[in-house]
Design a protein around this ligand. Structure first.
Ligand code: NAP
Length: 676
C-alpha cells in the first residue's frame, strides 16, 4: 500500500509539517503506513485562531445548533466507517476492537447530541440548579449559570482508541461552545487523522472550531491561558510532566487528566465455583485481558478472589485464555491482534518483568502456539498473560505497575475488609467490578471502595446478559477516577459539557435574573392580558406570559366525591378525628391530587390549540392544607421553553395555587408540549 502523508489542520487549512516526518509502522507487518509531523506550525497563531475565530463562531450558536452539528458529523463518520476499519487493522486491532473505537466514537457523538437536545436549552446560557432565595422580600435573588469558556480546548489523546478518544472529548467541547486543538498520539495518528478528515470534509465545523496537530505540540503550552482547558489521556508520567508546565500553573489552566490505572475486579465471598457469578467473573477477566490486546485504560489489571478460590479461579481463567487465537487482526478467526508497536511490546515485556518478581505465571509464558496469518517477529504480538500473587500485601508492583497489554494478576483476599483494602491499594482507578449475588456485600464493598473508583460495575446472574461490561465507558456515565487514575472526569452526559464552561453565581433582582438566564423567575414582571397563554404557539409564547384564574371554593362534597371516585379514602380526607390527631392537618382536608385537578380545571383553556399534551410535573410541593370552605385560585406563568424538534417544543410553566388568604397551597412546574 502507498504510504499516507499526514497533514495538520491548522488555521482553516490542511498543512504538511516541515522537516523530517515521523514514520509510523503497521503494528502487524512493521511496514510504514504513514508519515507526518507538525514542524513549522505557528502554534501561537493556531491558539489565537481557535480563540478569536473558533470560539466566537461557536458561541454565536446555541447548544442545540452545536448539537445538530455534532450529530451530522457522526453521520459522516458512520458513512465512511469501512475506510476507517481498514486503517484500524494497522493499529493491531481486530474489527471488534475497531467497532468500539470507530462506531463507539460516533456513538458518543449521537448520544451526546441527543442528550444536549433534551437536557440543554436552545440558548447560550445553562442554568444550574434552582434560584437561591437570599433576601427576605425576594427582591435580591441568586442563580448559578454556566457560560462557555472563551479559550481553547487542547485535547491530547492516547494511542489505544484514536477515534473514540478524539470524539469523546471533541463532542463535549463543541457542544459547550469551546474550540478544540486535537493532538492524537503519534503511533496511531493516521487513524485519528482519517476520522478527523471525514469530519472536516463535511465543512460543518464552524471556522476555527477544530484543528489537528500530528506529532509534537511545539510551544503551544507556552501560549495557554486561564480560559483554556487541557484534556489529557495517557500515562501518569506524561500527565505529571504536562501538568507541571509553568503556564499551566501560572495561569491556573484547567487540566483534566485521564491516566493509567490498576483497575480491579473482585469475586465476592458468596460466589462459589458452581455459582453463575463465578462463571461471569472468569469470562469477564479473560475478555478484559484480550479485547484490544489489553490496551484499554479500563482493563482489569488485578483480579481478587477469596483465598480458597485461588487455584480454581486460576485454572478457569487459564482455560478461557487458551481459546484466544492470536494473529492478523483482519483475519476473522483471530480474537486478539497485536500491540500497537514493537516498542510497546518492549514496554509490556519490561513491565511484566517487574511484575514477575512478585508473582508466578499461570498462563502465557511459553512460546506462541500459532500466529495466524502474520509474522510473529515483524508484528507486535504477545500472548495474554495471567499472573498470580499469593501475598498481595507483601507486593508493590502488582498494585502500581500497569503493563499496558493483555496482562492481569490474580490475588487472594482473606475477608471482605481485606478485599476492600486491596481494591483501594491501586491508589484510585477508573473502574472496579464486583461479582456477587448478595446485595448487602455489594453495598459494603461500594461504601468501602467507591470513593477510590470512578465507576463501579456490579454483575450478577440477573443483569449479566444486559451488562455493558467492566471495561466499557458509556457516554452517559462519568469516565475518570481519583488519584492514580488522574483525578479527572469526562463524559457523564451533560456533566462532560460543563467541564468546558464556567459556573458563575449571578446575584440581582428577579427582573435582571430573568433577562440574564432567559427564564422567568418569581418576582419578575408578568404579562397577564388576554389572550390565554395556551393560545400561543411555541415560537410566539413569551416568557412571563401569565393567566391568573378565578377562585373556586372547595366543599366537603367535592372531597368525598373525589375520594369515592378515585378510591383514595385515606383517613386525612375522610375521618375528622384521625385527621385532627395528625400533626399536619386541622381536620379533614382536600386531597393534594384534587387540588391539582381543580387547578387544571381553573387554568386550562379547553379548545383545541397549540398546546398538544401535558407532559408532567416537576418540583411539586403541597404547602398549606386546604379544608372544606377554602377558596383556591391559580397563577400560571410561562417560565422557560425548550425546542424539541421541528414540530413541537417543551414549555415549563410556573404554577402557584393560593388560598383566600393568599397563602401558597401548592407550587409546581407544569410541562406541556406546544406546537411550534
Ligand atoms: P503517553 O505516552 O502518556 O502519551 C499520551 C499522549 O500524550 C500522546 O498523545 C502523546 O503524544 C502525548 N505527549 C507525550 N509527551 C507530550 C508532550 N511533552 N507534550 C504534549 N503531548 C505529549 O500515553 P500512551 O502511550 O499514548 O497511552 C497509553 C497510556 O494511556 C496507558 O498508560 C493507558 O492506561 C493510558 N490511557 C488512559 C485512558 C483514560 O481514559 N484514563 C485512556 C486510554 C489510555 P505522542 O504520541 O506524540 O508522544
Amino acid at each position: 500500500m502507498s504510504v499516507i502523508t499526514l497533514e495538520n489542520y491548522a488555521l482553516g487549512e490542511w498543512r504538511k509539517g516541515a522537516g523530517a516526518p515521523a514514520e509510523l509502522p503497521s503494528a502487524v507487518t512493521g511496514e510504514i503506513v504513514a508519515r507526518g509531523g507538525s514542524g513549522g506550525l505557528d502554534f501561537k497563531a493556531m491558539a489565537d485562531y481557535a480563540r478569536d475565530v473558533g470560539g466566537k463562531n461557536l458561541r454565536a450558536l446555541t447548544f442545540h445548533e452545536r448539537a445538530a452539528i455534532v450529530k451530522a458529523l457522526a453521520q459522516a463518520v458512520m458513512e465512511k466507517k469501512e475506510e476507517l476499519y481498514q486503517l484500524n487493522f494497522h493499529t493491531g486491532a481486530t474489527r471488534k476492537d475497531g467497532w468500539i473505537d470507530i462506531e463507539g466514537g460516533a456513538g458518543v457523538f449521537f448520544s451526546m447530541a441527543s442528550k444536549a437536545k433534551r437536557e440543554l436549552p436552545n440558548d447560550h446560557v445553562l442554568v444550574d440548579g434552582p434560584v437561591e432565595q437570599i433576601s427576605r422580600e425576594g427582591t435580591f435573588l441568586a442563580q448559578h449559570i454556566f457560560t462557555p469558556l472563551q479559550g481553547l480546548a487542547l485535547h491530547i489523546n492516547a494511542f489505544n482508541f484514536p477515534v473514540w478518544g478524539m470524539m469523546e472529548k471533541l463532542c463535549v467541547s463543541l457542544i459547550a461552545g469551546v474550540p478544540a486543538i486535537v493532538k492524537p498520539a503519534t503511533a496511531t495518528s493516521y487513524l485519528a487523522h482519517a476520522a478527523f478528515r471525514v469530519m472536516a470534509d463535511t465543512k460543518l465545523f464552524p471556522a476555527g472550531a477544530a484543528q489537528l496537530v500530528i506529532g509534537s505540540t511545539g510551544d503551544l503550552f507556552d501560549h495557554l491561558g486561564g480560559q483554556d482547558v487541557v484534556s489529557f489521556t495517557g500515562s501518569a508520567a506524561t500527565a505529571a510532566k504536562l501538568k507541571s508546565h509553568p503556564a499551566i500553573i501560572r495561569e491556573s489552566v484547567r487540566f483534566i487528566s485521564e491516566q493509567d490505572s490498576l483497575n480491579a475486579c473482585v469475586l465476592a465471598p458468596d460466589a462459589d465455583a458452581e455459582s453463575p457469578e463465578f462463571a461471569l467473573f472468569v469470562k469477564e477477566v479473560a475478555r478484559e485481558m484480550t479485547v484490544k490486546a489489553g490496551q484499554k485504560c479500563t482493563a482489569i489489571r488485578r483480579a481478587l478472589v477469596p483465598e480458597p478460590m485461588m487455584d480454581i479461579a486460576a485454572n478457569a481463567i487459564a482455560e478461557a485464555l487458551r481459546k484466544t487465537t492470536i494473529g492478523d487482526p483482519a483475519n476473522e478467526t483471530v480474537r486478539m491482534g497485536a500491540l500497537v508497536s514493537l516498542s510497546q511490546r518492549e514496554d509490556v515485556r519490561a513491565k511484566v518483568g517487574e511484575l514477575k518478581a512478585e508473582t508466578k505465571v499461570v498462563f502465557g509464558d511459553g512460546p506462541f502456539e500459532e500466529v495466524i496469518g502474520a509474522d510473529a517477529v515483524k508484528g507486535a504480538f504477545v500472548s495474554p498473560m495471567l499472573l498470580r500473587c499469593d501475598n498481595p500485601w507483601r507486593a508493590k508492583a502488582v498494585h502500581e505497575v500497569e503493563a499496558f497489554g493483555p496482562v492481569s494478576t490474580l490475588m487472594p483476599y482473606k475477608s471482605l475488609d481485606d478485599a476492600v483494602a486491596l481494591l483501594n491499594r491501586g491508589g484510585g482507578s477508573l473502574v472496579m467490578s464486583i461479582f456477587t449475588f448478595d446485595p448487602e456485600i455489594a453495598r459494603e464493598i461500594v461504601l468501602g471502595a467507591g470513593s477510590f473508583h470512578g465507576r463501579v460495575v456490579i454483575v450478577n446472574r440477573d443483569c449479566a446478559k444486559e451488562s455493558t461490561g467492566h471495561g466499557s465507558p458509556l457516554p452517559v456515565l462519568v469516565h475518570g477516577g481519583p488519584g492514580r487514575a488522574g483525578g479527572g472526569e469526562e463524559m457523564g452526559g451533560v456533566r462532560g459539557v460543563r467541564h468546558y464552561m464556567q459556573r458563575t453565581a449571578i446575584q440581582g433582582s428577579p427582573e435582571t435574573l430573568r433577562a440574564v438566564t432567559g427564564q422567568w423567575v418569581k418576582g419578575a414582571s408578568i404579562e397577564n392580558r388576554a389572550p390565554h397563554p395556551f393560545r400561543y404557539r411555541f415560537s410566539d409564547l413569551e416568557i412571563g406570559k401569565t393567566i391568573e384564574t378565578q377562585a373556586r371554593t372547595i366543599s366537603m362534597e367535592d372531597i368525598e366525591h373525589f375520594a369515592r371516585f378515585t378510591g383514595d379514602t385515606f383517613y386525612a380526607h375522610m375521618d375528622e378525628a384521625a385527621a385532627k390527631a395528625n400533626p399536619f392537618f386541622p381536620g379533614r382536608v382536600a386531597h393534594g391530587y384534587l387540588i391539582l385537578s381543580f387547578a387544571a380545571g381553573l387554568f386550562v383553556d379547553p379548545a383545541p390549540g397549540p398546546v398538544l399534551a401535558n407532559y408532567g410535573l416537576d418540583e411539586l410541593r403541597f404547602l398549606t392544607p386546604v379544608s372544606a370552605g377554602d377558596e383556591i385560585k391559580v397563577r400560571l406563568t410561562a417560565k422557560s421553553k425548550k425546542k424539541r424538534n421541528e414540530e413541537y417544543g417543551e414549555v415549563k410553566w410556573d404554577v402557584l395555587v393560593t388560598n383566600q388568604n393568599d397563602e401558597a397551597v401548592a407550587s409546581y412546574d407544569l410541562l406541556t408540549m406546544n406546537a411550534l
